[in-house]
Design a protein around this ligand. Structure first.
Ligand code: 3PG
Length: 318
């Protein structure tokens, strides 16, 4: 048993804290409880918290933590004296300070793929909404026959491709870490570069993580090569966009649209582009009962697997 401190003579149960500023669907919470309690552990729930201090006090006696986009930094890890594992129920783990977690001997995992379909469905939903002029009654256009460029062909990108193909779209993708053959196997044209993808697609959908390499990488120079009337859709991370550059470009090019599921820091400025800009008020991509349940239960099982058997599959820190 991890750390060896819970012997059969010790009655204290391991505590798993679910800390979600944006709560899971109720069905997901029940599913997580079933897995955790079934393993003989206790569940604590901190939802819709508004102050970091609430998280700091809730983690004090937690052995494991399930989060979504909740920030886990050195301060949180310092406060979590018993913590052994954090599972980000979702794909992107840029909200967790991996170095600090490693320094605190805390294992960090994500649950890749579990919410991918939900995000992909939202992409197509937002695109229909956009090409139909936000349902304002004016004649719009269709997605069939248009070229969709998918930037990064991971779990979400693949699901976007599958659904877009159902719409009759031409789909192309570029992924610096995925060989062209793997993209072509999915019936998707592999672009030779990110630059080619931006030049050739009518719509570019972003599915890159926020890393040192990708932050601010979607900039004015790149977007200025987009086709007339192009749409940039972002259900990934706001940090990948050079917001000032995109605003400057959208001022110059009245044909470009920016649609996002992650409200930009410069939301107020983007709002000047009426009819060409839309942001969900809160990130909605993974906000379905199915995605919450898949990701939440996967997180719970990964915690049990680690605490009972030391299984470190899906660990993202070293
Ligand atoms: C992810 O990285 O899994 C998605 O961005 C979903 O994030 P959320 O759990 O905060 O909705």
């Amino acid at each position: 048993m991890v750390n060896g401190q819970y012997s059969m003579f010790n009655v204290k149960k391991m505590k798993v804290l679910i800390a979600t500023e944006k709560p899971f669907a109720a069905a997901a919470v029940s599913g997580i409880k079933e897995v955790i309690e079934g393993a003989g552990y206790e569940v604590a729930l901190l939802e819709k918290y508004t102050e970091k201090s609430q998280l700091l006090s809730a983690v004090a006696d937690a052995d494991a933590l399930i989060i979504r986009s909740d920030k886990v930094d050195a301060e949180v890890l310092d406060a979590a004296k018993q913590l052994k594992i954090v599972v980000r129920a979702g794909a992107g783990y840029d909200n967790v300070d991996l170095e600090a977690a490693t320094a605190h001997k805390v294992v960090v995992m994500n649950t890749p793929g579990q919410n991918a379909n939900a995000v992909a469905e939202l992409v197509l939903g937002l695109l229909v909404y956009t090409v139909r002029n936000f349902y304002n009654g004016k004649s719009g256009s269709e997605l069939m026959g248009k070229t969709l460029g998918i930037l990064a062909f991971g779990n979400v990108g693949r699901n976007v491709a599958r659904i877009a193909q159902g719409f009759g779209m031409k789909v192309m993708a570029y992924d610096a870490y995925c060989p062209a053959e793997a993209i072509e196997q999915a019936g998707v044209k592999a672009a030779a570069s990110q630059a080619e993808l931006f030049k050739e697609a009518d719509i570019v959908s972003l599915h890159i993580p926020a890393t040192a390499e990708t932050k601010q990488s979607i900039n004015k120079a790149l977007c200025s090569t987009m086709k007339k009337g192009a749409i940039l859709i972002n259900t990934a991370r706001k940090e990948v966009i050079d917001e000032a550059g995109l605003i400057a470009l959208m001022k110059e090019r009245e044909d470009l649209k920016y649609i996002t599921d992650i409200m930009p820091d410069a939301d107020a400025e983007f709002k000047q582009f009426e009819g060409r800009y839309f942001s969900t008020p809160k990130k909605m991509g993974a906000q379905t009962s199915e995605a919450n349940t898949n990701a939440g239960i996967a997180a719970a099982k990964q915690i049990v697997g680690y605490l009972k058997d030391g299984i470190t599959k899906f660990q993202v820190n070293k």
